[in-house]
Design a protein around this ligand. Sequence first.
Ligand code: NAD
Ligand code: UDP
Length: 323
Amino acid sequence: MSRSVLISGGCGFLGSHLVDRLLRRSDLEKLIVVDNLWTGTRDNVAHVADPRFDLQIADAESFSSLQRFDEIIHLASPASPLWYMREPVRTIKANIGGALNLLTLLKPGGRFCFASTSEVYGDPLVSPQPESYRGSVDCTGPRASYDESKRCTEALLFEQQRVVGLDIRVVRIFNTYGPRTRIDDGRAVSNFAIQALTTGVLTVYGDGSQSRSWGYVDDIVEGLERYFWRDGISHRGPLNIGNDHEVSVLRIAEFVRSLVPGSRIEHHPPAPQDPTNRRPDLTSARHVLPGWEARTGYQEGIGRTFDWFRQRIAAGTVAAPTA
Ligand code: NAD
Ligand code: UDP
């Protein structure tokens, strides 16, 4: 049976990798990407030459269409704290407004997939974090536009599942890095790589003892593909997807510094309400997606990401940032 799919945020980092995988589906009839190019770029999908692909430059919260879709994948939202803290209202609109609007475009019986985040756990008091952990989140703090709009969208979808039987897949993605992150995205791995390649000064916020579990993009989108459409899974979620090897920010910075002789680390004030730790409990993911594992270690994944940025800067495809 041929399927029509809409993906919001498909010009972004994760979205563009998912677009590539969606276009490998033999049952795909039509793929509409809805993106307003806020944090994504046309460049991320410029290689796509497939008649089933249709890019619509529009806000997810107001996009309209006469067409109805078998599957909707809602990714529209910045993921970088730098970007969502700059425009909190817009972030809330993208997540919650986007979900409310896109739900109206779903065919009866269609599937709605949502990219939630490990940020729903806030600054966690248990480690690793299972899906049952309710989190330690400041609902009026500087990260709330992102954390709370993800939590509210989860609430919306689970209520719709309960009340009208909506078919949902909700995934909580942990820190992911890799090629196609924008050069001014501001997240740790891309920042460190670009800084090492340009200014030679890597900015570590605070003392760098805070930790994350860093997932390489290919591993993470493999998990998303299997969960969202490939494996015929009925588990509605929420499902943690990430790499469960936890590493401090300082160790990541030191590794990137080691790739460029002469580069150095500079400590800057801590980011506001920066979570101290983050590590997924993957028990559910291993059960729901047997055989799936985020296997790429940080040295290998960062090496690949670093090479990608180096090539792009050398080719002049992206301008090196001035600071
Ligand atoms: P990204 O910023 O690279 O991509 C987001 C995309 O959404 C961009 O193309 C942007 O232009 C688009 N967008 C934003 N607001 C929009 C709107 N209102 N209407 C239409 N398009 C809009 O971020 P990413 O890292 O690719 O993250 C994608 C999704 O995954 C986000 O929902 C994010 O919260 C979630 N997520 C990502 C990570 C991660 O580590 N990358 C972790 C947890 C969750
Ligand atoms: N970080 C840093 N320097 C940077 C960017 C990020 O020290 O240039 C730190 C940040 O304070 C956090 C971690 O790296 O502790 C991960 O930040 P990121 O923005 O990648 O993701 P987050 O988990 O905060 O959403």
